[in-house]
Design a protein around this ligand. Structure first.
Ligand code: APR
Ligand code: PHB
Length: 397
């Protein structure tokens, strides 16, 4: 067995692992990232596209904000289309000037990968059978295989940045974790197309046939979603069927101006709320999707990963610079405060905007009334806006 050594072993080269790696590297802390997939696979994944200001600032702090600042679209608001009625949520006015940045996770990942390569920091792609060990001891290490060879990576700490299906959370004994979960009875069918956006802001539409979202990646590329049953097959959806259904769920004026075109990508994602507590097991820390999942309705998944990264980075900085090891056990508590607020908001947006087949007539009216209350009241719109732009990052002490 070959032995390697680093300060922080990072499992997973998604946005969490790459961003943490970049911040630590810039601070002079040695990291090694182990990723199961190939670089092309990681670069090719299409995910969310709305960055909160906190994440935008963190990317700039990590030195990877140039392309985002040049090409990202700053949005000062979004639209809710409620059974045809259009309501503008003025993020800027409601939050004292805050905005969100439209910039795809695919692009964030590509920028971070490029920066890591330039920095000369090590990432081992196609690492097989990655397993963390000794988390509860002073000798944590990770074993893995690469090209038929077995390696042992000795480290001070392990960052489990390996997503919902990763090995980090699964390596924690079941009795040491409490899991909170809700699976929704529907998914999102998404398409990517090189068409101009139907509107200059994102449109979240509630309709009796189900939810729809009009998002974008740039002035020439759109990302649209439809609520579909959880067991729906993507093969059942021709581009034509998708566009017809989207038109049906949008207010008339938007439906009429919708420009359609061939899809570049089409896929179905399930919707889930999930939190594992605590987000730490000895010397191993769970970051991002490894610890929690939100349904995408509030655009919070990627942003929560960024706030976890910020918390872990700030704690590790204190550990390595000032010997403040006492802060390590605060990681989970600090993260979970913000995680649960975003879980609540994502659950709420999902509950308000989707069609639930099992809702009786009374529940239906209560939801309509709750939404009407929120959008007709300035306090209500403010609540939506301050959650959408992102609640403040929690201090580590
Ligand atoms: N060994 C090594 N790498 C692994 C393993 C494993 N056993 N299991 C998973 N990975 C890798 C995956 O291939 C992936 O590249 O870990 C990475 C996890 O990345 P993501 O799933 O993207 O999770 P994260 O980085 O936390 O990103 C946050 O926010 O918008 C949401 O879900 C969206 O991915 C996004 C997430
Ligand atoms: C996206 O652009 O993919 C997107 C935008 C907003 C959401 C979810 C997804 O709430």
């Amino acid at each position: 067995m070959k032995t390697l050594k680093t300060q922080v072993a990072i499992i997973g080269a998604g946005p969490s692992g790459l961003l943490l790696g970049q911040l630590l590297h810039n601070a002079g802390i040695d990291t090694l990232i182990l990723e199961r997939q190939t670089p092309d696979y990681v670069r090719g994944r299409i995910r969310a596209g709305v960055l909160e200001q906190g994440m935008v600032e963190l990317l700039r702090q990590a030195g990877v904000g140039q392309r985002m600042d040049a090409e990202g679209l700053v949005h000062g608001g979004f639209e809710l289309a409620l059974e045809g009625r259009r309501v503008h949520i003025d993020l800027r006015a409601m939050t004292g000037g805050k905005t969100v940045m439209i910039y795809g996770q695919t692009d964030v990942t590509r920028d971070l990968m490029a920066a890591r390569q330039i920095a000369g920091a090590m990432t081992i792609y196609e690492a097989q059978n990655v397993v963390p060990h000794g988390m509860k001891t002073d000798e944590a290490f990770v074993t893995f295989e690469k090209d038929g060879e077995t390696y042992r990576l000795d480290c001070d700490y392990i960052a489990g940045c390996d997503g919902f299906h990763g090995v980090a959370r699964q390596s924690i004994p079941a009795e040491s974790l409490k899991v909170f979960e809700r699976v929704y009875p529907f998914g999102w069918l998404g398409i990517l197309a090189d068409t101009p956006p139907v509107h200059d802001e994102l449109v979240y539409a509630r309709h009796e046939r189900g939810f729809a979202l009009c998002s974008m990646r740039s002035a020439t590329r759109t990302r649209y979603y439809l609520q579909v049953p959880a067991d729906e097959q993507v093969e059942n959806w021709s581009d034509q069927r998708f566009w017809d259904e989207l038109k049906c769920r949008l207010p008339g004026a938007l439906a009429e101006s919708l420009v359609t075109g061939p899809s570049i990508e089409k896929s179905i994602a399930p919707l889930r709320s999930f939190v594992a507590e605590p987000m730490q097991y000895g010397r191993m820390f769970l970051v991002g999707d490894a610890a929690h999942i939100v349904p995408p309705t509030g655009a919070k998944g990627l942003n929560l990963a960024a706030s976890d990264v910020s918390t872990l980075f700030n704690i590790l900085l204190k550990v390595y610079r000032e010997g403040r090891v006492d802060l390590l056990e605060k990681y989970s508590e600090v993260c979970l405060r913000r995680v649960w607020k975003a879980e609540r908001f994502s659950w709420w947006m999902t509950s308000m905007l989707h069609r639930f087949d099992d809702h009786d007539a009374f529940s239906q009216r209560i939801t309509e009334s709750e939404l009407a209350y929120f959008v007709d009241s300035e306090a209500g719109r403010k609540t939506i806006a301050e959650n959408y732009v992102g609640l403040p990052y929690e201090a580590i002490e």
